[in-house]
Write a protein that binds this ligand. Structure first.
Ligand code: SF4
Ligand code: SF4
Length: 120
């Protein structure tokens, strides 16, 4: 009986408290401004700095005969979201976005390719 009353008291106490959980995925928690999520690239000139500073060798890009970047790929299976590529890119072409929903059943969806990285 005592345990039952204690349980009831605990429930009543928590009814009026602010919930600590959210109705995810309908509601999402605000991410910090410095959160490092899914990487994106725009305006890459193919200088190669990001490849050199990436500790997990997660970056590949392809240039055409004119030396323009025609595709740029992040391998999210390898990426550790350290942000080095973003911090060291001299052209500010990389941004680690707020997007953290990267789970998938398919490995190929973890190869994140951006086309035309040079001029977009
Ligand atoms: S993303 Fe930046 S650092 Fe990497 S190759 Fe392009 S311009 Fe150079
Ligand atoms: S965030 Fe880090 S691990 Fe991921 S691609 Fe950039 S440098 Fe490489």
């Amino acid at each position: 009986m005592r345990a039952l009353l204690e349980g009831l008291l605990t429930v009543l106490k928590h009814i009026f408290m602010r919930p600590v959980t959210l109705e995810y995925p309908e509601k999402k928690r605000f991410q910090s401004d410095v959160f490092r999520g899914k990487p994106a690239v725009m305006g890459c000139v193919g200088c190669g700095v990001c490849k050199k500073v990436c500790p997990s060798n997660a970056i590949e890009y392809v240039k055409n005969d004119d030396g323009k970047v025609i595709s740029y790929t992040f391998d999210l299976k390898k990426c550790i979201f350290c942000g080095n590529c973003m911090y060291y890119c001299p052209h500010k072409a990389i941004n680690l976005t707020q997007d953290f929903e990267l789970a998938t059943e398919y490995k190929n969806e973890l190869m994140l390719t951006y086309k035309g990285g040079a001029d977009d």
